[in-house]
Design a protein around this ligand. Structure first.
Ligand code: NIG
Ligand code: FE
Length: 413
């Protein structure tokens, strides 16, 4: 089945297959073709070009996009979409003056979500999570990473990971799974956190690996959660089982997590709201991609990741949602690119690069998705009639999406 999309006002993020991520000054460029056509064959992007040099081959169906733009789907490399219930009460408590930390210290926060998830059946957890996944697909996300970490017992962590596996099987977008058993210390281990780490490393992790339930390993390396020593220990063991690190670091404090991540060849380091010059130097000498989560900063009123420092130092940067019940109850990548421009002073080109090709890289998916490239999956967004791509981050809160396609098929509403 060949579909020709013609009269595309602008075809955005057009790349050669060799480009897997963009760094530093390269992020300022968003290669595009004005007045373009694109040919989709079955589930793949087959070809594209300028309307001045019209497509002359055969096709089964033509779609006229007169006045609309086309860009690759968002690649959201950091989410916690699988969770049970919500935490709107904690939101209301924070408005009245409690801090995120105070709420966590009295047993709220991640532990609150874990208690709810443990009581929720696997089917119900799947149903709640599938609704959120469908929502973000409708918002233009065409590849996603999902973490465990709201189980905190062997049964509940494996339940979460099985739900992620079922989402992978039932939905038409690439899904990557990350084991985040070391997300918070359960209350019963409060006085002996090392015993919880032993459980994660010696019992749960081997089972996750044996059942091939995750590609990546994560840990919340932060004061009051897990130490650099815990991080080194977990990542050493996970590596033996073939799980690459993508870790939560420097959200509230810089405690050495970036060095630990880089030492273990982490694929990504995520959050980075608090960065020292030493942290930046370590990243400059690594293959690890930094990931910023600006809607978490918005929701918690915490600093934004210093994107300018990172990009101006020549580093790549990816943007993701962090969709979760506590710090970011939103999976909207369109809002993320707006916040990146408004609050982090990223240019629209940098933000779109960070949310597509670099997001794909942060999930090892940039040979499949993240750009308009011959042979890649036909996962893309068609915009409404907008004046330019800058309108996407500019008109924050406006829905500029006309339709989304996964594997060459339009999503039916
Ligand atoms: O990425 N920082 C750690 N974990 C999540 C939020 C956890 C929660 O509050 O439920 C995050 O922000
Ligand atoms: Fe997170």
């Amino acid at each position: 089945m060949k579909t020709l999309f013609k009269n595309i006002k602008q075809l955005l993020q057009v790349r050669d297959s060799g480009v897997l991520k963009v760094s530093g000054a390269e992020m300022k460029e968003l290669p595009s073709i004005s007045n373009a056509w694109m040919l989709v064959e079955d589930d793949r992007i087959a070809d594209f070009g300028s309307m001045n040099d019209a497509y002359t081959g055969d096709f089964d169906e033509a779609v006229d996009l007169n006045g609309k733009m086309l860009l690759p789907s968002w690649c959201d490399s950091h989410t916690h979409i699988v969770y049970a219930g919500n935490r709107e009460q904690e939101f209301a408590d924070r408005i009245k003056g409690l801090t995120y930390e105070e709420i966590a210290n009295r047993g709220g926060g991640i532990l609150n979500s874990a208690e709810t998830l443990q009581k929720t059946s696997e089917n119900e957890l799947y149903e709640q999570s599938a609704r959120r996944l469908e929502e973000v697909i409708g918002l233009g996300t065409g590849a996603v990473e999902i973490k465990s970490g709201y189980g905190l017992t062997e049964d509940a962590e494996l339940k979460m990971l099985r739900v992620i596996r079922k989402l992978k099987e039932n939905y038409q977008l690439p899904v990557k799974a990350t084991f985040l058993g070391a997300h918070a210390i359960p209350s019963e281990f409060k006085s002996e956190p090392k015993i919880y780490m032993d459980l994660v490393i010696e019992e749960i992790l081997p089972e996750v690996a044996r059942q091939e339930l995750a590609e990546y390993i994560d840990i919340f390396c932060e004061k009051g959660y897990f130490s650099v020593e815990d991080t080194n220990r977990l990542l050493t063991e996970a590596k033996k089982l073939g799980l690459k690190p993508k870790i939560h670091v420097n959200q509230f404090h810089s405690i050495g997590g970036i060095k630990a991540a880089v030492d273990h060849g982490a694929l990504s380091v995520d959050h980075l709201e608090v960065m020292t010059s030493e942290d930046l130097e370590i990243l400059k000498n690594s293959q690890t991609i930094p990931v910023a989560l600006p809607s978490c900063s918005l929701f918690l009123s915490i600093p934004y990741t210093p994107a300018r420092d990172l990009i101006d130092a020549g580093l790549p940067l990816a943007l993701a949602t962090d969709f979760n019940p506590g710090s970011t109850p939103s999976g909207n990548m369109n809002l993320v690119i707006s916040l990146a421009c408004i609050k982090m002073k990223m240019t629209p080109e940098e933000a779109i690069n960070a949310a597509t090709i670099n997001g794909a890289y942060a999930m090892e998916l940039s040979e499949e998705v993240g750009s308009i490239t011959r042979g890649k999956k036909a996962n893309f967004i068609v915009t409404k009639e907008i004046p330019s791509y800058t309108f996407l981050p500019y008109a924050f809160g406006t829905n500029s999406i006309d339709s989304v396609y996964l594997n060459g098929k339009i999503l039916q509403h």
